[in-house]
Design a protein around this ligand. Structure first.
Ligand code: SAH
Length: 221
């Protein structure tokens, strides 16, 4: 059994070795990742690995992302605190918790009802209340709640989903999303100014597939 104190030490080590010693410099983000108990989002059998430098299984064939990948994606959103954020792929709810601390309000969509219910329980038990969780196909976004200052997609898409691009705030809305095939993807950062979408490549990543209408469909495997 790992005690709260040991978890705290492991978390500080994670922030130093996996984030600060690489290229994560957003001070608010580092502080938030130092404070959020990542182990609370991991199934009991993997809890002692919660602060390791990799993804972990969370059930339903899905994974909680590697801490460094959570940090890079969040840092690329340049959150200052007043934003309305849309997240696709709630999964464990860990990334959701990080967003809740850095932005004003978070809408998060998860396709698996089982995962969404678990994430809702974890988030509410830790006191996160600036979040609205939805069960459904996130590749279509949430048109009724748009526009969003920031959108984060934590599953891999075959191409940029049109509805998500149009739900970005026309005044500097930004989205991070892995785009590619099943084996490997590139993390892309899309910035909107009016009717212009500017796309930058951030780094190579590997995510589970985004399923659904603007994601991978059954025939893609
Ligand atoms: N950010 C999560 C990552 C979970 S893995 C975490 O760190 O825990 C990606 C998640 O995307 C999975 O839970 C999967 O069920 C979900 N997903 C896949 N396609 C989806 C879709 N179209 N809409 C919503 N969620 C989707």
């Amino acid at each position: 059994m790992t005690s709260d104190e040991q978890f705290e030490q492991l978390r500080a080590q994670m922030v130093r070795d996996q984030l600060q010693d690489r290229d994560i410099h957003d001070a608010r983000l580092l502080q938030v990742m130092l404070e959020i108990p990542r182990h609370a989002f991991v199934p009991p059998e993997f809890r002692d690995q919660a602060y390791a430098d990799g993804p972990l299984p969370i059930g339903d064939g899905q994974t909680i992302s590697q801490p460094y990948v959570v940090a890079v994606m969040t840092q690329e959103l340049h959150l200052l605190g007043a934003e309305r954020v849309l997240e696709i792929g709630t999964g464990s709810g860990y990334q959701t918790a990080v967003l809740c601390r850095l932005a004003r309000y978070v809408y998060s969509i998860e396709r698996s009802a089982w995962l969404a219910e678990h994430a809702a329980e974890t988030l509410s038990s830790l006191g996160f209340d600036n979040v609205d969780l939805h069960i459904g196909d996130g590749s279509q976004g949430l048109p009724d709640m748009a526009p969003f200052n920031a959108i984060i997609v934590t599953a891999a898409a075959p191409s940029l989903p049109g509805p998500l691009c149009t739900q970005l705030d026309p005044h500097g809305g930004r989205m991070v999303i892995p785009v590619g095939d099943h084996r490997q993807q590139t993390l892309q950062r899309v910035t909107r100014e009016g009717d212009q979408w500017h796309v930058e490549q951030v780094m190579a990543v590997k995510f589970v597939p985004l399923r659904g209408r603007y994601g991978f469909t059954k025939k893609d495997g």
